[in-house]
Design a protein around this ligand. Structure first.
Ligand SMILES: [Zn+2]
Ligand SMILES: [Zn+2]
Length: 461
């Protein structure tokens, strides 16, 4: 029976090891101390952007990693209390984004029960608990149906976005839930890329809702439970989806979200999934498989057994493929996951430069000139669009020559990042795609749709 290496060094040589990780054997106590030490060390980096003594929003997906994070936050703040130091955060808001409007009634019941259990755990720690329904992406702060962003898909090459104020759509019978169901239904009917895009869109809306919640509750920190394994899978996914430009911001320890006061913080990004699993077991942390698995199989992920009819076989998404690839690495080459993440942590793309335009959909920075890059590298070309030449004060000197072929106000290629441009293009049914478009979602970007020339896209006749 292997013994704990640390205990052997300290002269307590009778402690059995419970886990072998990072080239060492640990007993339960030494392992727990080491892992919690890694979590607290994340707060002590030089030149940290992390605000002190202000409210924090903790994103809880119900998965093992974020459940550990909520547990760690309680231990951390208790330690502050015992050591009589001022608490690192003045209040904790635990937020769960609830996708149950997309699920069957039976699954909704399981999710509801688990969310109630999660609430009592959070409130038992004296944290505030907030359930954020996915469909609230389509509502304003009062919970009423809000304005929308409509993608016009009639042209195969130029995707146009339009802003529709709530007052013009008042006569419709839409509800926040029907809007959400319609949005995700647009990706169900066609094969190939669509399940991947649907999962991407779900993740995008979740991130936007969490940032909105953080702002609503005056939280200046948004904490997520990303671990080394989920980050490695994200590196593969983002690279495959054309999201490489913003990758450094999606995996860094800290990230100041543009145009907000929010710093995203990932304090357990160095923990491997196997370590998280062991900690959950040792500390007897409650598990919520129904909530954690809400999105599983909704748009893909189910691979039919050999010989089943094509119709019943859902496609594996890029996210599923990346996750199973990382799982395989973890099993057979345990060190490689850290190698992948540490390599990606060194990548710099310029996505942190100040003053970059942000994407209307994901609110991440847009790579300058990415639309030109796409035009020259892909088959969905934006042909015959001449450069718009401007004076220093922004007035247009030379209007584009073929006005009829030029995207006017709202051209998606100028308003969306490279990765998000897939969202419109992957909808094969030529119905309009309706996205959230409330003030919180569009912010100042709403001006882009009223033809006042705030963006390069503001070309009017
Ligand atoms: Zn030990
Ligand atoms: Zn985007």
């Amino acid at each position: 029976m292997p013994l704990c290496a640390k205990c052997v060094r300290d002269g307590n040589s009778d402690r059995a090891s419970v886990i072998a990780t990072r080239g060492s054997e640990y007993c339960a106590d030494c392992f727990k101390v080491d892992m919690f030490g890694r979590f607290t060390k994340a707060y002590t980096t030089k030149e940290s952007l992390l605000p002190r003594g202000e409210p924090v929003c903790v994103a809880w997906s119900g998965g093992l990693s974020s459940s550990l994070l909520v547990h760690y936050m309680n231990s951390f703040l208790n330690k502050n209390f015992k050591q009589n130091v001022s608490p690192r955060f003045s209040a904790v808001y635990v937020c769960v984004v609830d996708y149950s409007c997309l699920l069957s009634e039976e699954k909704q019941q399981i999710v509801n029960q688990e969310i109630e259990a999660m609430q009592s755990i959070a409130e038992g720690y004296n944290f505030n608990f907030k359930r954020i329904p996915l469909e609230s992406a389509f509502t304003n702060e009062n919970g009423d149906l809000d304005s929308t962003l409509v993608a016009d898909l009639t042209s195969p090459e130029i995707l146009q976005l339009k802003f529709e104020s709530y007052s013009t759509s008042k006569t419709s019978t839409a509800t926040p839930i029907s809007r959400t169901l319609d949005l995700f239904a647009s990706f169900k009917s066609t094969p190939a890329a669509n399940p991947t895009t649907a999962v991407t869109l779900l993740n995008t809306l979740t991130t936007r809702l969490l940032r909105r919640a953080a702002s609503t509750y005056n939280c200046t920190t948004l904490m997520t439970g990303s671990n080394a394994s989920t980050i490695a899978a994200q590196i593969v996914t983002q690279t495959a989806l054309g999201g490489g430009f913003n990758l450094p911001n999606e995996i860094s320890l800290e990230y100041k979200v543009p145009n907000t006061d929010i710093v995203t913080f990932r304090p357990i990004r160095d923990l491997l999934f196997g370590e998280v699993e062991k900690l959950v077991e040792l500390d007897e942390i409650a598990q919520f498989p129904g909530v954690a698995g809400m999105a599983e199989g909704l748009f893909g992920g189910v691979v039919g057994s050999v010989g089943t009819e094509g119709a019943s076989v859902a496609k594996m998404t890029i996210q599923d493929l990346a996750a199973s690839f990382v799982k395989g690495l973890q099993k057979d080459f345990p060190q490689s996951v850290s190698t992948v993440t540490r390599t990606a942590f060194k990548v710099q793309t310029g996505a942190n430069a100040p003053g970059l335009d942000v994407c209307l959909l994901c609110s991440n920075p847009i790579q300058p000139n990415s639309q030109n890059w796409r035009a020259s590298h892909t088959t969905s070309r934006l042909d015959d669009i001449p450069d718009i030449i401007k004076n220093e004060d922004g007035t247009v000197v030379e209007a584009p020559k073929k006005a009829s072929e030029v995207p006017a106000t709202g051209a998606a290629d100028l308003l969306l990042c490279y990765a998000c441009q897939h969202v419109g293009r992957d909808v094969k049914v030529k119905e309009k795609l309706v996205l959230p478009g409330g003030d919180w979602f569009l912010g100042a970007k709403k001006d882009c749709f009223v033809g006042n020339g705030c963006c390069d896209s503001g070309v009017s006749d």
